[in-house]
Design a protein around this ligand. Structure first.
Ligand SMILES: Cc1ncc(COP(=O)(O)OP(=O)(O)O)c(N)n1
Ligand SMILES: Cc1ncsc1CCOP(=O)(O)O
Ligand SMILES: [Mg+2]
Length: 284
């Protein structure tokens, strides 16, 4: 998969099958991607290796279809075997230099950090991105002390590689995390534990976009009715919603083809897409 622009990610979704019993992992993660998650991590702490590899391969296929990077948590061997884009390691996992040696120079390697000294060490050591957290206490990693938004502020002021705030982040407190200087958010339970992961992701994206409006990382360039615009929407439905046209009498043409209303929710918009939106006003 192409690594182009992966650094522009804004919304990082991590798997956790325990939060969606009875629902398929791929279905949940596809919903997250359709809602605007632009990087996906496979994290399954207790899964046997065989099951982990099976899920990694299935997620590889799914994420490649949407051009979304796939990261595997902890297991460098599974990341390699599944052809993932990279791996995420923690302070107690395989050292960064070893992970880099195994995965190679092009792999995306992320590291968890809990204070600024760790963040600066990760930066010096050649990490591609840093996790900053847990910002709040979270049932996904019970017993871990929260670093609070104080560390988010420190990261915002001092870290120059991409970094993502993680831990206990929900739609209710995301504003506080963004106000502390985060421009990227990672969530597990808030996304995959929701009945409607796509809606939650869209709402996170709206907050991320509102916090840093205009040509920000994660947005794509599209043409709408002849005008060049940037958007974080990845489907026709999300675009229509973001333009305040949901529920209106509308015909949508995507790259010269009319998109049936039933297909709006899944019709993907890629960078460079051209759309015509014809809105019928009044009538009768
Ligand atoms: C994006 C991101 N940030 C932090 C973590 C946590 O990694 P780690 O500290 O190794 O803990 P486990 O996830 O392995 O329990 C992460 N996975 N992803
Ligand atoms: C994996 C991880 N690392 C730090 S906090 C965390 C869990 C985040 O999960 P949630 O978004 O459900 O709080
Ligand atoms: Mg780990």
């Amino acid at each position: 998969m192409e690594k182009r622009n992966w650094r522009d990610f804004k919304l990082y979704a991590i798997t956790a099958a325990n939060y969606h019993p009875g629902r398929d992992l791929l279905e949940v993660m596809e919903q997250a991607i359709l809602g605007g998650a632009d990087i996906v991590q496979l994290r399954a702490k207790d899964a046997p290796k065989e099951a982990l590899l099976r899920d990694a391969r299935a997620l590889r296929e799914l994420t490649a279809r949407y051009g979304v990077p796939l990261i595997v948590n902890d297991h460098i061997d599974v990341a390699l075997a599944a052809g993932a884009d990279g791996a995420h390691i923690g302070q107690d996992d395989l050292p960064l230099a070893e992970a880099r040696r195994i995965l190679g120079p092009d792999a995306i390697i992320g590291i968890s950090t809990h204070n600024l000294a760790q963040a600066l060490a990760a930066e010096r050591g050649g990490a591609d991105y840093i996790g900053v957290g847990p910002v709040y206490p979270t049932g996904t990693k019970p017993g871990r002390a929260a670093v609070t938004t104080a560390y988010v502020r420190e990261a915002a002021a001092n870290v120059s590689i991409p970094w993502v705030a993680i831990g206990g982040i929900t739609l209710a407190n995301a504003g506080e995390v963004l106000a502390a200087g985060a421009t990227r958010i990672c969530a597990v339970s808030a996304i995959v534990g929701s009945e409607r992961p796509a809606e939650v992701c869209r709402a996170f994206r709206a907050k991320l976009d509102a916090a840093r409006a205009g040509g920000e990382p994660g947005s794509i360039a599209i043409t709408v009715n002849g005008r060049r615009e940037r958007t974080s929407a990845r489907t026709v439905g999300a675009l229509v919603e973001s333009l305040g046209l949901a529920g209106k009498s509308l015909v949508v043409e995507l790259n010269g083809e009319i998109v049936a209303r039933e297909a709006w929710a899944t019709a993907a918009i890629a960078d460079g897409a051209s759309l015509e939106l014809v809105h019928f006003v009044g009538g009768g």
